[in-house]
Design a protein around this ligand. Structure first.
Ligand code: 0O2
Length: 221
């Protein structure tokens, strides 16, 4: 491959990833506005922490191989919907669903799919609410709609997921059964803690915030 061809490939990759970075910025702004408004109007902050990332080239290559799809930009665009990812960590489960509702109800957001691993946890104990949303980004060349994966979870779910992730990598996916059983137990304990803390919070605030949606979002994928 000539240096010119390599340079052109690098430029294409940068442009490709840039679109996702812009999509992230749009979602981050929306979340930050919701957070500020809640703080001001309700003297309450439903969001503990927000982090975001554009998938690394390595992780993208690994996913393309795992999914068995063509390694070209069009195919990645069509099949990999978590190139851009935002994680919103809340104190309470009710806030997780509330944030989901508020974000996905916005006019310019299109909800592409939902995986509710809170209502139906993964067999290993993993809990989180995942949504793939499409957000418009306006470039000099016109509008593009960028998919962004938004993960909503509680602090306890986040604590569990980050430890599980570390263990999974430490054992190179071959985690001993005893550890897997322990992790599942810990997920149950984390869920119990979430329930207790939410109960305490309600007692203190007397229901404080306006009621959250009772129904979990419909499952799609
Ligand atoms: P990273 O490094 O976080 O980006 P699909 O695309 O729907 O075919 P996928 O991508 O497995 O399949 O979808 P899913 O189930 O929505 O999971 C996407 C992300 O959720 C993962 O991204 C993780 O961030 C997180 N996740 C899912 N399951 C688990 C789990 O069991 N444990 C932990 N710790 N995290 C999980 P990536 O791309 O795997 O990794």
């Amino acid at each position: 491959v000539s240096p010119a061809a390599l340079r052109s490939l690098r430029d294409d990759l940068q442009r490709f990833l840039l679109e996702y970075r812009f999509g992230l910025q749009e979602i981050e702004t929306k979340i930050s506005i919701l957070r500020d408004e809640f703080q001001l109007m309700h003297d309450y902050n439903p969001i503990e922490h927000v982090s975001s990332r554009v998938k690394s080239a390595d992780s993208l290559v690994e996913k393309v191989a795992r999914k068995g799809i063509e390694a070209d930009f069009d195919s990645i665009r069509d099949h990999v919907h978590d190139v851009a990812g935002v994680r919103i960590t809340c104190a309470f489960v009710a806030d997780v669903y509330r944030l989901f509702d508020l974000l996905t109800a916005q006019d310019d957001i299109r909800l592409l799919s939902v995986k509710d691993y809170i209502a139906v946890p993964k067999p290993n104990g993993y809990k989180s609410l995942h949504a793939i949303v499409e957000v418009p980004v306006f470039l000099s060349t016109g509008r593009i709609d960028v998919p962004v994966e938004v993960q909503f979870r509680t602090i306890a779910m986040d604590f569990w997921a980050s430890l599980e992730h570390k263990i999974y990598y430490k054992y190179d996916s071959n985690v001993p059964q005893e550890l897997l059983d322990n992790l599942r137990d810990a997920a149950t304990t984390a869920a119990e803690l979430d329930n207790r803390m939410e109960g305490l919070h309600h007692e203190i605030r007397g229901g404080g915030m306006p009621a959250a949606t009772e129904e979990p979002p419909p499952m799609t994928s």
